[in-house]
Design a protein around this ligand. Structure first.
Ligand SMILES: CC(C)(COP(=O)(O)OP(=O)(O)OC[C@H]1O[C@@H](n2cnc3c(N)ncnc32)[C@H](O)[C@@H]1OP(=O)(O)O)[C@@H](O)C(=O)NCCC(=O)NCCS
Length: 169
């Protein structure tokens, strides 16, 4: 059975593990092997826990048979060129063996619904230019690039945006 719920601090390690599996899957041949091989779930979970203690972060996990298989992190947009009613998907990862089964779409939809309920008018996401799988996915969800670019760990990131419909009352 598949279930979606808000993430709790107890999910930090599994979320770190999923994100590392996702990095290795998505960034092989894009990021250096040494960088990918050095990823450590305990360290990433600890960093996540520390961050959440100090900062707001909305996060939803997908569970199958009670075990997390995907997650989405989202919050207010961190870009300097937006108002405070713009949301940003900060991370979305599905375990590689569960990719292509509708989990990402459902996680994305939950974040966008939450943005809409908060009265946000736009959602944004940054993605590595070479991450074709994710770019295809965002485009399928109706996002389009707006030409903005930035650097992440020496690699090029591009920005996608989508207008959000107001929530029904
Ligand atoms: C990007 C990601 C989160 C998408 O999640 P997912 O569970 O695989 O996506 P879904 O199964 O919900 O697919 C959603 C849509 O994309 C389509 N899709 C899925 N895989 C696809 C592929 N390889 N190529 C093209 N379309 C694809 C689906 O057919 C579906 O289309 P629809 O909206 O018309 O029904 C997932 O692939 C992933 O974790 N990738 C690795 C990590 C990553 O790159 N994260 C993003 C970092 S910015």
């Amino acid at each position: 059975m598949r279930l979606y719920r808000k993430a709790t601090p107890e999910d930090d390690f599994e979320i770190a593990r999923i994100s590392i599996e996702g990095w290795k899957h998505a960034y092989e041949g894009i990021m250096p092997d040494d960088t990918l091989n050095a990823l450590d779930a305990d360290k990433r979970a600890e960093e996540r826990g520390g961050y959440i203690k100090e900062n707001p972060l909305s996060s939803v996990v997908c569970l199958e048979a009670g075990k997390p298989v995907g997650f989405i992190d989202y919050e207010k947009c961190r870009d300097s060129d937006c108002d405070n009613r713009v949301g940003e998907v900060w991370a979305i990862y599905v375990l590689p063996e569960r990719i292509g089964k509708g989990i990402g779409k459902e996680l994305f939809s939950k974040a966008l619904t939450d943005f809409s309920r908060q009265g946000f008018h736009e959602a944004r996401v940054w993605v590595l230019s070479e991450n074709k799988l994710a770019r295809d996915f965002y485009e399928r969800q109706g996002f389009t690039t707006d030409g903005a670019q930035k650097e992440y760990q020496g690699l090029l990131e591009v920005r996608y945006r989508k207008a959000i419909e107001p929530a029904e009352v």
